[in-house]
Structures are given as C-alpha cells and as structure tokens.
Design a protein around this ligand. Structure first.
Ligand code: AP5
Length: 213
C-alpha cells in the first residue's frame, strides 16, 4: 500500500504516519525529518537546506526529489510506504509519478488532512519532537507519558526552530501557494480522500483505518 499524507503544516501528518506505520508495518518517509537530520549532521544537503527551512520556505525541488527517490528504493519500501510531507509542489508530484512508474508502482491513497488555521497555530506552539525517532507530541493534546521523553524510543524531546508563530504563518502561506494545488492533482487521479483533521488523534486514525481497509 503506497500512501501520501497531504495537509497543511501542523495538520497531524507526522502523528498519523507513525500510527499507520505501527499498524501496517510500512515505513514513514518524512522529507522534513530527513532534512532536519541533514541539518543537524551539517551534511552538504543540510547546509544547502538550512536557510530555506529556517524561514519556512520550501527546499529546492531537485534536492528533495533526489533524497526521496533514493529512500523509495530501499528494501523496507518493497511492500509500501507512507510519504509524509512529500510531494509539496506539482513538480515534485510529477517527479514522483515518474519514479514510481519506473518501479512499476503507483499511489493508492492520497489522504488530505484538513485543519483550520487557528487550530494549526495552537498545535504548533505546543509541539515537541523526539530527537531520536522524530515522533511528534503536544504538551496538552498529546503529551508523552514522561515529561520530555519519547514514549516510543526514550529519546529527548525538543521544540522545532520553525515552530515560531511568524515562521508558521509563512509556512501556511507557502502551503497555500505551492502545495494546495496537489489536492486537485490527486483528485483528478481518483486517489484523493479528505479527512476532518479537527477531530481527536484517535478518531482521525480510526477514519484512516476505515479508508485503508
Ligand atoms: P515538515 O517537517 O514536513 O513540516 P510540515 O509539513 O510543515 O508539517 P509538520 O511536521 O509541521 O506538521 P505535521 O502535519 O506532521 O503535524 P504533526 O503530526 O507534527 O517540513 C519542515 C520544513 O522542511 C518545510 O518547511 C520545508 O522547508 C522543508 N521540507 C520538508 N519537505 C519538503 C518538500 N517535500 N519540499 C520542499 N521542502 C520540504 O502535529 C502537529 C502538532 O499537533 C503536534 O504537537 C501533535 O501532537 C499535535 N496534533 C496532531 N494531531 C492532533 C489532533 N488531532 N488534535 C490535537 N493535536 C494534534
């Protein structure tokens, strides 16, 4: 099963991707996580990506297409994958189609998680991320069992630099201009399913399970 998670920043893509990964045994592929690792390790990719990410802009298409194509070839993607945060432009979506075509694969479901802007700002300001596995928590809506410690891997939790309100507003604008057109792109391919992301995490997960089974 090959899945794309669409939706604005903070809509819950990462949270739901982790739950699908656990249930279906297919890997989450988060370009955001891959890029943050590259920035942390100061790799050539990380150095190129850092300024774009800090301002809430998109990293150039050719860079994210390259790392995603590489990742999709890995053995653990053989039975499926969950793309979280990719594609984000029509150019990326077209490149993904080409890559999958060559591999005799296709997207089965593009799940579009819809959330209101006010909720997004509230979610981002309380978000905490695991340094180890990238799992996403919220200090009120989804707290870890032990403060600042990841339930999944025991890693330390931190607040992302791009979760400041001003940067979040820019990310939302970038989303509207560059990523929202993908909703129509996948609707035209008859794989789009929209989900009310304003509900509780478990309820959204239930809706997704119903779509995937
Ligand atoms: P990326 O890391 O992909 O960020 P994003 O898409 O902006 O999405 P987020 O990770 O912010 O949110 P999410 O939807 O995963 O929500 P989450 O589950 O964490 O990208 C970061 C940057 O990298 C980009 O700005 C860009 O620069 C670059 N980049 C990445 N991919 C790229 C690409 N393809 N092309 C170019 N550049 C790229 O949830 C948010 C919070 O809400 C959490 O605290 C969570 O606990 C809470 N929450 C979740 N669900 C609920 C709920 N139902 N109710 C209440 N709270 C909830």
């Amino acid at each position: 099963m090959n899945i794309i998670l669409l939706g604005p920043p903070g809509s819950g893509k990462g949270t739901q991707a982790k739950l699908i990964e656990e249930r279906c045994g297919i890997p989450q592929i988060s370009t955001g996580d891959m890029l943050r690792k590259a920035v942390e390790n100061k790799t050539e990719l990380g150095i190129k990506a850092k300024n774009y990410m800090d301002s809430g802009a998109l990293v150039p298409d050719e860079l994210v297409i390259m790392i995603t194509e590489e990742r999709l070839k890995a053995e653990d993607c053989r039975d499926g994958f969950i793309l979280d945060g990719f594609p984000r432009t029509v150019t990326q979506a077209e490149a993904l189609d080409e890559v999958l075509n060559k591999m005799n694969k296709k997207i089965d479901n593009a799940l579009n998680i819809e959330v209101k802007e006010d909720d997004i700002i509230r979610r981002m300001s309380g978000r905490r991320i695991c340094k180890g596995c990238g799992a996403s928590y919220h200090i009120i809506f989804n707290p870890p069992n032990e403060e600042n410690i990841c339930d999944l891997c025991g890693g330390e939790l931190y607040q992302r630099d791009d979760d400041k309100e001003e940067t979040v507003r820019n990310r939302l604008k970038v989303y509207k201009d560059q990523t929202e057109p993908l909703i129509n792109y996948y609707r035209e391919k008859s794989v789009l399913r929209s989900i009310d992301g304003g509900r509780k995490i478990e309820e959204i997960n239930q809706l997704i399970e119903e779509i995937l089974t």
